[in-house]
Ligand binder design. Sequence first.
Ligand code: ZN
Length: 220
Amino acid sequence: MNNWFTIDKIDNSTYIISEYRHWEETHCYLLIGSEYSLLIDTGLGICNIDDIVKELTDKPIIAVATHIHWDHIGGHKYFPNFYAHEKELNWLSGEFPLTMDQIRDMVIDRCDLPEGYDVNKYDFFQGKPTKILKNNDVINIGNRCIQIMHTPGHSPGHMCFWEEKNGYLFTGDLVYKDTLFAYYPSTDPELYLKSLERISTLPVNRGMLTVNGVFHPHSA
Ligand SMILES: [Zn+2]
């Protein structure tokens, strides 16, 4: 548990919480505002990310995922106040297009699981968001405004998060290192390209990926 998460500081009120023991190397981002803290993606949900978040902020947490894939919503169970995009609400209520067995296989694939962890207890998070997001909505956490950019392609309700003040762009699975592999039937390459074109016009100082890994077709 103690070495499951790695914390990196971007600035005094922005942190990266990473899970390097899974091959995808997922990164979650904590943005601390004067009223709330926003957690962008909550990771695999294998260890309790809330323990880490509490060490970094005492503000109430709003959780949001760039999209509804297991490696981005695993920790949502710790954050009852979470937002989701209107196009992926059905994936939070029983209509995700993969079985639990398929998901568990990908969770354990090249993952250095904590000792004694029982993957059969791994669940795909389901729930009802406290707020439904759409393109260009703004989340104001106090002194920081984060704009939603609906960027479908990797998934129908994929969002990037744009903080103009700092020039930070949180890109989720729209952009990551290496080959972009479109592995779901719900993936749309044309929309993917349009989304990339859209974000490429932003004056970004720093782009933040949420996974580093390359997805291999054998496990799709
Ligand atoms: Zn994804």
